[in-house]
Design a protein around this ligand. Sequence first.
Ligand SMILES: *Cc1c(COP(=O)(O)O)cnc(C)c1O
Length: 372
Amino acid sequence: MKKKIPVASASLIGNEKKYVMDCLKSTYISSVGEYVEKFEKKFACFCKSKYAISCSNGTVALHLALLAFDVKPEDEIIVPALTYISTVNAITYCGAKPVFVDSEPDTWNIDAELIEQKITSRTKGIIVVHLYGHPVDMDKILKIAKRHSLFVIEDAAEAHGSKYKNRIVGSIGDIGTFSFFGNKIITTGEGGMIVANSAELANKIRILKGQGMDPNRRYWFSVIGYNYRMTNIQAAIGLAQLEKINYHLRKRRQVANWYYKYLRDFSEYISLPVEKKLVRHVYWMFNISLKKNVTLERDSLIELLYKKGIETRPIFYPAHIMPPYKEKDLYLPVAEKISKRSLSLPTHANLSENDIKFICKTLKGTILNKSQ
Ligand SMILES: *Cc1c(COP(=O)(O)O)cnc(C)c1O
């Protein structure tokens, strides 16, 4: 049987093996070890942030970021409905209430114009998500945050290296969070990172991720913390990945360019991602939306492509339609429409131009065949 083209795949072409062997030889396989520090330093430098704190995954990175701002029950946090569920769950872990905002039709990111009408006396902060690698319009967000004295957390789990007006995302708001899950732009298997410029926030996060232990007094716990640490082995993989991040970013852009090349003439049926002026999209996933004249359901298309050896994935469901977060009478038309009619095509560093040609040809054939 022909091999399937996976929708995502890690690319371990650098020093990953060497550094991991190093951990094994030295026996530093837990969360103490030189790679943790090296990875944090290099990541801070990459983001042009003062501090970077590693943690076990991108979800707890968000939890720690919210805890750093003392988010408590009764607080409200503004969040886009169209995101991976972690962004929303982290708010719930603090007992706070996620307040959902609809998306922009072009970038699919939180629509800044709709934020202010959702702000109440209980609103404490805004989490923005640089969805699928396209940066949020941060100037608009920062202006609103300033006007209402709100914090801004950037969920950059899908956007390592993405740029907004020449600034690396994650370093623009108060805190930025990243994920290194296996399908992200760079990976540590499971892992996360928090970046910040405030020493106070960074210290607080370090204490919270290590069970709340006083940094100056061993085994003295002055606050209730968590074990959210990253291991030296994860950091070793992360450091090797980060050394090659420009390669990973270049590859993804190449893949995106091939998709544009082979799909541009199909605009009658599908719409392609946009890249706004003054930003760098990192194309974590290359997404397409089915236009009105495609009668085929999105899920049927996914199934048909799968049978032809191409794995794709549906766009996230907006959080406000899922059981734990279902809100009566909340209708967010843009997010709902995007989610229903869009899918992610295979996007990773291991794809060749021939793979993309095959994917595009199969995609077009399948849509045309079913739309007549
Ligand atoms: C992947 C992802 C996360 C969570 O990361 P994990 O490392 O899987 O916990 C958070 N937010 C967004 C937008 C993501 O895509």
